[in-house]
Write a protein that binds this ligand. Structure first.
Ligand code: FAD
Ligand code: NAD
Ligand code: NAD
Length: 500
């Protein structure tokens, strides 16, 4: 339900009316931002804020301008508008209407080809449908798939990630991964015509999508949703096991047939159906469509070929605390392995980190005399429908030991009733949805509302706020302070856990 976007639309600077404006300004050597996603857009805005005349070019291989991905697995599916996959406008959990696009196309200078890098314009320039095939850090150039070459002043790599496939996955229209607007459109068509759908994967994407699709199934009886994954329950890589079990029971109550502890060992398309074999053939399943949500592979090929250092353990491009990989080469978003001064080396696959790291890289690119370390402790959120949601800061990993505190929740403790936090108007575009449908109150449920502290070497390194909203800054302060776990009792009064 949350924080989408600090990214305020950039208003083009009004053209100066003074007659003495020089006839032809010298075009600056461009800032090239590779990948037209969230991190690049945040960087472009930051550069333009500091230098409105900067020549900023975002190059992307998708056909559309930068957009936010979080609503694609959440609020969009709760919209009452049958054309939502075309309009891409949706209501956030609080009811505010939004677009997935950060800004209207008219606010960009949309270029046809690389020659536009010399065009005079104060807008952010956008080259779409143009894969970048080469980065040459010695010559300061990027090469596009059409062979054209652009010189850069500074470059940002923000190429995100590609969805992983299952080892035995055949090419078929009936098996899809899910990351882009095109993927959304495709799945929306499948759902419209009614289908039995299997979602593979029990992580963020699989769990959010299964719940979102089950919401459609609640209104359209010809849809059935099954979710299959190898772990004990939903979000098992993130939550302690009792919370995973509870979450799984909630997902089941929302109408998903969740099959835990299941390994897929066969996937075949035959006679118009996808045939799944589970656990060495102990169970067979036939569905009309399969959505594979088994994680992403960061897109580091350009960086690797350019000779940049790859963090093989985290599968990201290695940068220093300033987000620089080599001189004049910055990296941000899902694909960066960065040095978190508080928590050590990390790679983070979440929206707020893409915004904050993109923005930070942009500022460091445009203000070389004021280069600063990336100290922002980013947050992330996930919602399983409008009634269960959590926000988190720091290291959230089921392998760490945890200390949890729970209280009974009330109807107010849901993503839909979350207050508009100060960071939300910055971090977020409040995507959103129809009001929650009538449902049993969470008040009597065991894990209605609570805090999970993640501890490493006695220090609090992460915090999940489960159905507790408006407290991200408090969580961030605790992680930043590096407090030990014996301080937890004294911290609880910051969270109003027992109010309402
Ligand atoms: P991206 O947004 O992936 O952008 C990278 C862009 O670069 C892409 O358009 C790609 O096509 C392009 N590109 C790649 N290589 C090239 C090349 N060689 N040439 C040109 N272009 C290239 N996070 C949360 O915190 N909360 C959520 O609720 C949440 N929900 C999500 C829901 C979905 C469905 C998905 C897919 C992700 C979600 N995330 C969420 C994660 C979040 O969206 C990502 O962390 C974020 O998009 C990362 O931004 P990025 O700019 O690094 O990469
Ligand atoms: P993930 O890394 O969160 O989860 C991967 C899941 O894949 C695992 O939980 C496991 O269940 C499953 N898996 C792995 N191998 C499997 C196999 N062989 N068979 C069956 N299941 C298998 O990745 P994701 O859920 O695919 O999400 C994709 C990307 O989108 C990630 O970067 C994620 O962070 C991002 N995303 C984030 C949010 C959020 O922050 N709220 C929401 C949606 C997506
Ligand atoms: P800065 O000058 O480097 O910040 C650059 C920009 O990023 C600012 O416009 C700031 O408002 C924005 N920003 C920074 N952190 C953000 C966050 N977590 N969410 C949304 N936007 C954020 O640094 P600063 O503004 O002096 O920030 C100092 C400290 O305050 C940092 O630790 C930062 O994380 C925190 N902060 C938090 C929030 C928030 O959560 N609501 C907002 C701003 C700053």
């Amino acid at each position: 339900h949350q924080p989408l976007q600090p990214l305020q639309p950039v208003t083009p600077t009004p053209v100066a009316a003074e007659p003495e404006v020089p006839k032809k300004k010298k075009i600056q050597k461009p800032y090239i931002l590779i990948g037209a996603g969230t991190a690049s857009f945040a960087a472009a805005q930051a550069i333009k804020e500091k230098d409105p005349l900067a020549n900023v070019i975002i190059i992307g291989d998708e056909s559309v301008a930068p957009y936010m991905r979080p609503p694609l697995s959440k609020e969009i599916w709760f919209s009452e508008d049958p054309d939502v996959a075309t309009t891409l406008r949706f209501k956030d959990w609080q009811g505010t209407e939004r677009s997935v696009f950060y800004q209207d196309d008219s606010l960009y200078e949309i270029l046809d080809d690389a020659s536009g890098s010399d065009v005079e314009s104060e807008k952010i320039k956008l080259l779409l449908n143009k894969p970048v095939t080469k980065l040459n850090v010695e010559d300061h150039t990027v090469t596009l798939a059409d062979g054209s070459v652009i010189f850069y002043n500074k470059v940002l790599l923000a190429t995100g990630g590609t969805p992983k496939k299952l080892p035995q996955q055949p090419e078929s229209d009936q098996i899809t991964t899910f990351r882009t607007i095109d993927d959304l459109k495709k799945l929306d068509k499948v759902v419209h015509s009614g289908a039995r759908i299997a979602v593979i994967g029990g992580g963020f994407l699989g769990s959010e999508l299964a719940v979102a699709l089950a919401n459609r199934a609640s209104k359209q009886p010809d849809i059935q949703i099954t979710q299959i994954f190898p772990e004990d329950g939903n979000m098992a890589n993130v939550f302690p096991s009792y919370l995973t079990k509870w979450t799984t029971s909630r997902v089941r109550n929302l109408g998903v047939d969740v099959k835990t502890n299941n390994v897929i060992d066969g996937l075949q398309v035959q006679d118009g159906k996808v045939h799944l074999s589970l656990n060495a053939g102990s169970e067979e399943l036939q569905v009309d469509h399969v959505v594979v949500a088994v994680g992403i592979e960061p897109r580091v090929d350009l960086a690797r070929d350019a000779g940049l250092e790859i963090d093989e353990q985290r599968a990201g491009v290695m940068v220093n605390a300033e987000l620089e990989a080599r001189k004049d080469v910055y990296v941000a978003g899902d694909m960066v392995s960065f040095h978190d001064i508080q928590l050590g080396r990390r790679r983070i696959e979440h929206h707020d980190h893409a915004v904050l790291s993109g923005r930070h890289a942009g500022l460091n690119m445009v203000e070389p005399a004021r280069v600063k370390p990336y100290r922002h402790q980013s947050m992330f959120w996930s919602d399983l429908g409008p009634e269960v949601g959590y926000e988190a800061v720091g290291l959230i990993d089921a392998q760490l030991s945890t200390i949890s505190v729970w209280a009974k929740s009330t109807d107010q403790d849901t993503p839909a009733s979350a207050p508009q936090e100060p960071h939300r108007h910055q971090t977020s575009s409040e995507s959103a949805v129809a009001p929650p449908k009538a449902s049993p109150s969470l008040a009597d449920e065991k894990f209605g509302k609570g805090l999970v502290f993640y501890v490493r070497d006695r220090k609090i390194v992460g915090l999940v706020l489960f159905n507790v909203f408006g407290k991200v800054q408090e969580a961030r302060d605790i992680v930043d302070a590096g407090l030990t776990s014996d301080k937890i009792d004294g911290l609880l009064n910051k969270f109003d856990l027992y109010s309402n």
